[in-house]
Design a protein around this ligand. Sequence first.
Ligand SMILES: *[C@@H]1O[C@H](CO)[C@@H](O)[C@H](O)[C@H]1NC(C)=O
Ligand SMILES: *[C@@H]1O[C@H](CO)[C@@H](O)[C@H](O)[C@H]1NC(C)=O
Ligand SMILES: *[C@@H]1O[C@H](CO)[C@@H](O)[C@H](O)[C@H]1NC(C)=O
Ligand SMILES: *[C@@H]1O[C@H](CO)[C@@H](O)[C@H](O)[C@H]1NC(C)=O
Ligand SMILES: *[C@@H]1O[C@H](CO)[C@@H](O)[C@H](O)[C@H]1NC(C)=O
Ligand SMILES: *[C@@H]1O[C@H](CO)[C@@H](O)[C@H](O)[C@H]1NC(C)=O
Ligand SMILES: *[C@@H]1O[C@H](CO)[C@@H](O)[C@H](O)[C@H]1NC(C)=O
Ligand SMILES: *[C@@H]1O[C@H](CO)[C@@H](O)[C@H](O)[C@H]1NC(C)=O
Length: 333
Amino acid sequence: MDYLAFLLAILQVYKALCEETFWDTTIRLAESMTLECVYPFMAILTQAEWFKIVGKQKQSMAIFHPTYGVIIRTSYKNKLHFVNSTTSLKDVTLSFNNASKADVGLYSCLLHIFPHGSWEKMIEVVQSDSFEIAESSNHSHMTSSPGNITLTYDLPVNWAVQQIKWEKIQPHQVDLLVHCNLSEGISYSRYGKQILTNCTQGIRSNFIIIINATASDSGLYRCHFTASTGENESFLMRLTITDGKTDNQYIVFVAVGTVLFLFVILIVTITVISYNRRRRRQKNFPVKIPWDTQSKAVNNYRSPISPHQPVDNANEDIYVNYPTFGRRPKPKV
Ligand SMILES: *[C@@H]1O[C@H](CO)[C@@H](O)[C@H](O)[C@H]1NC(C)=O
Ligand SMILES: *[C@@H]1O[C@H](CO)[C@@H](O)[C@H](O)[C@H]1NC(C)=O
Ligand SMILES: *[C@@H]1O[C@H](CO)[C@@H](O)[C@H](O)[C@H]1NC(C)=O
Ligand SMILES: *[C@@H]1O[C@H](CO)[C@@H](O)[C@H](O)[C@H]1NC(C)=O
Ligand SMILES: *[C@@H]1O[C@H](CO)[C@@H](O)[C@H](O)[C@H]1NC(C)=O
Ligand SMILES: *[C@@H]1O[C@H](CO)[C@@H](O)[C@H](O)[C@H]1NC(C)=O
Ligand SMILES: *[C@@H]1O[C@H](CO)[C@@H](O)[C@H](O)[C@H]1NC(C)=O
Ligand SMILES: *[C@@H]1O[C@H](CO)[C@@H](O)[C@H](O)[C@H]1NC(C)=O
């Protein structure tokens, strides 16, 4: 019964995919480019095959079998290789050594997974400019340490949101993390990392959880949603994941800085006190000081910041860019 429901869900997702073609990854053509394909769950990979989709045809490029090994088809010899990652046996990422304009197009990575069945990821190679998006002050910024990271977005209250897309945007590549069809309550993901979400109709806010996120998951994320009326909006968020070490270094840096600062204050206090005492003594017993020593003393005494500046600043209005509360993502780690 569960399997039937699962199959129906897959069929519906497939239908949805056919209705509105979207790619799991869009990548910019480059001479050496990498088409990522990683199965994110625990399972056994029995076979993997890469295809180029030309019209309605699927042309095999390369095939991998855990016991029989790798075969690169003749037309792709010397052009492709599998990037073998030692971290995961379910990584069949393919790399182009010498890609050209002829390699623009659509690719499919088809995995046979035991016991789940087949799993397909679609990649589009385009000839385009950088995918980078100019960030404005509206975009939020979140810093977190490695682990499970939650990105949340509060949906507009008066919108009947129908679909939600979360993407990761890099200058050379755009990855679909998860796609939600709220009317069906189905989420879809072919991302190489486990992403959890809740696509229930009527939700007021949407979240994704990136499982075991590391420093490599730092970057720009986009939440894009479409209402039943066809209206759409998107929201950008920059995520920085510190690798833990930097944090400690920072704390040490701050501690050393504080000690130095206190030391400097102490020295300045002692100098000022002794200067005042000397001045009092100088009044009683005037001593001739050579000209250059005097000018040095004056220079040392002068503060690098004019004492008038803070007063000027205090008179000016201060504007703070801050996202509206309803829209602010709430970092939950
Ligand atoms: C979402 O699901 C509804 C109901 O099945 C369907 O009509 C609609 O086309 C789907 N939308 C997308 C983008 O898949
Ligand atoms: C990657 O290396 C591992 C260990 O050497 C091997 O078992 C696996 O078959 C290789 N995968 C690919 C795609 O070459
Ligand atoms: C890369 O392609 C260019 C032209 O398409 C060719 O001249 C060159 O020899 C190729 N290099 C390799 C390493 O295949
Ligand atoms: C910031 O967001 C508000 C509403 O969310 C929008 O009206 C405004 O145009 C945005 N500003 C920029 C610079 O994107
Ligand atoms: C992250 O989430 C996964 C899946 O829910 C869970 O198994 C794991 O224990 C969580 N890890 C941490 C550090 O909370
Ligand atoms: C998803 O969200 C709905 C509505 O907020 C809630 O009732 C449901 O328990 C959530 N499901 C999961 C798996 O968190
Ligand atoms: C996440 O990390 C924990 C501990 O580091 C590990 O036990 C778990 O298997 C990892 N989960 C995934 C999905 O990688
Ligand atoms: C979002 O809406 C704008 C008009 O407001 C439209 O030009 C654009 O194509 C829409 N994008 C998507 C992905 O539907």
